[in-house]
Design a protein around this ligand. Structure first.
Ligand SMILES: C[S@@+](CC[C@H](N)C(=O)[O-])C[C@H]1O[C@@H](n2cnc3c(N)ncnc32)[C@H](O)[C@@H]1O
Length: 273
C-alpha cells in the first residue's frame, strides 16, 4: 500500500455510495445505514434500481474490454473504483492484455480496507490503489503512485463510471474531467457513465429531486446535454452518448427498460489537435 494514502475513518452511521452500490449488487460489504438508504431509493424510484446498477457494472466490463481489445489501451486510471467485486477493471483488461496497468482511486476508507483484492495483478502488469478525492484532481495527478503505475507519455483510459454524479452542481464536473484529460496524452480515452432522470416520468424525477433537496440522496442527476458537455474537445466513439444498456451491447443481451437503466454512457478519444 502506498504510504502517502490517507486513511480516513469509516463511519458506519452515514450511508456511503460504495457500500450502498455493493448492497444493490448483492455484495456483503455494507452497514445498516447503507441498506436503509438503498431501500429508500428503491421505494422512491422503484425496484429497477438494482437492474440499473447491474447494467452499469456490465457497461464497465464492456467498455474496458473494448478499449483493451479494439483500441489497444494498456493503461487505466479508474476513479470511483467501488468495493472489489466481479470483473474489476484490471481483471477485464488483463484477460485481454496481461501487461495492462491500472491505478484505482476512491475516497471511501472501506474501499481502501478492501483494496488488497484489487492488487492482484498479473505478473506482466501492475495495479495500485490510492485513497483520494475526485474533487481534488491535482492530488491524484501528483500522487507518486500515478507515475509509478502509469506512463503518461502513452495513452491512458480515464474511467469515471458512476462517480461524476457525486460531484454536485451545474457545470461542477466538467473542470475536473478537463483537468484530468488535459494531463493525458493524445490517444487517451474517457469513459463516463452518469445517473440521469431523463428516462423516468416527471413525478419520479421530482420525487428524487425532493430526496436530494432533503439530504436523503447524494446523486446529482445530469441530463444528456450536460453529460455530452463532459466530452467537449474529444471524439465520441460510436454510438455516442446513449443509455448504459445501449453502448455496444453484447449480441444476446436482453432488452432493458430504460426507466431502470437511469444512466448515460459515453466514450471519447483525445485527438492530436
Ligand atoms: C456507484 S460506485 C461505482 C463503482 C464502479 N465505478 C462501478 O461503476 O462499478 C461509486 C464509487 O465512487 C466513489 N466516490 C464517490 N465520490 C467520490 C469522490 N469525490 N472521489 C473519489 N471517489 C468517489 C464511491 O466511494 C464509490 O466507490
Amino acid at each position: 500500500m502506498d504510504e502517502s494514502n490517507r486513511v480516513a475513518a469509516i463511519d458506519p452511521d452515514k450511508p456511503h455510495p460504495a457500500r450502498r452500490y455493493n448492497y444493490w449488487l448483492g455484495g456483503k460489504d455494507h452497514f445498516a445505514a447503507d441498506r436503509a438508504s438503498g431501500d429508500e431509493f428503491e421505494r422512491i424510484l422503484g425496484p429497477g434500481v438494482r437492474i440499473g446498477v447491474r447494467v452499469n457494472r456490465d457497461l464497465l466490463r464492456r467498455a474496458v474490454r473494448y478499449l483493451a481489445a479494439e483500441e489497444g489501451i494498456r493503461q487505466f486510471l479508474d476513479i470511483g473504483t467501488g468495493l472489489p467485486t466481479a470483473d474489476n477493471t484490471h481483471e477485464v483488461a488483463q484477460s485481454v492484455a496481461p501487461e495492462s496497468r491500472v491505478l484505482y482511486v476512491d475516497n471511501d476508507p472501506l474501499v481502501l480496507a478492501h483494496a488488497r483484492a484489487l492488487l492482484t495483478s498479473s505478473a506482466e502488469g501492475k495495479t495500485a490503489y490510492v485513497e483520494a478525492d475526485l474533487r481534488d484532481p491535482d492530488a491524484i495527478l501528483q500522487n507518486p503512485a500515478l507515475a509509478d503505475t502509469l506512463d503518461l507519455t502513452q495513452p491512458v483510459a480515464l474511467i469515471l463510471v458512476a462517480v461524476l454524479h457525486f460531484i454536485p452542481g451545474h457545470g461542477a464536473a466538467q473542470p475536473i474531467v478537463r483537468r484530468l484529460m488535459d494531463t493525458l496524452p493524445a490517444g487517451s480515452f474517457l469513459v463516463v457513465t452518469h445517473a440521469t432522470t431523463d428516462f423516468v416520468p416527471p413525478e419520479i424525477a421530482a420525487a428524487h429531486q425532493k430526496m436530494y433537496d432533503e439530504g436523503r440522496s447524494d446523486i446529482w442527476a445530469r441530463d444528456k446535454k450536460e453529460v455530452t458537455a463532459l466530452f467537449e474537445g474529444l471524439e465520441l466513439i460510436e454510438p455516442g452518448i446513449v443509455p448504459n444498456s445501449e453502448w455496444r451491447p453484447e449480441p444476446d443481451a436482453p432488452e432493458v427498460d430504460l426507466r431502470h437503466v437511469a444512466g448515460w454512457t459515453g466514450v471519447g478519444r483525445k485527438g492530436t489537435s
